[in-house]
Design a protein around this ligand. Structure first.
Ligand code: ZN
Length: 93
């Protein structure tokens, strides 16, 4: 059924796209730390570079862009809390 060949190609494709995505995030983390420092913009505490969460100033749901100017370093938990608060606002209308 041509299983061997199809499978090999599929695996290769997945590995490549996954790898480039991680590399892109790691690059963004470094750019953010260089631009804004390694502190969470929400709570003001230190964030290890590899743990920096790319937090949107203007949420993507509201048309925010995926650019350095619209991103700030944050803890993931701080970003999640902010997103939850925004969702609450949206739900209330
Ligand atoms: Zn924080």
């Amino acid at each position: 059924m041509g299983l061997g060949r199809g499978r090999a190609l599929g695996d290769e494709g997945a590995a490549v796209s996954k790898g480039s995505s991680y590399a892109r995030i790691a690059r963004r983390q470094r750019q953010l730390v260089e631009a804004y420092g390694s502190t969470c913009w929400r709570c003001g505490r230190e964030v290890p570079t590899q743990d920096v969460w790319l937090d949107f100033v203007i949420p993507r749901e509201r048309g925010g862009r995926n650019t350095l100017a619209n991103l700030r370093p944050a803890h993931r938990l701080c970003a999640d809390a902010a997103r939850a608060a925004i969702k609450g606002e949206v739900d209330r209308g």
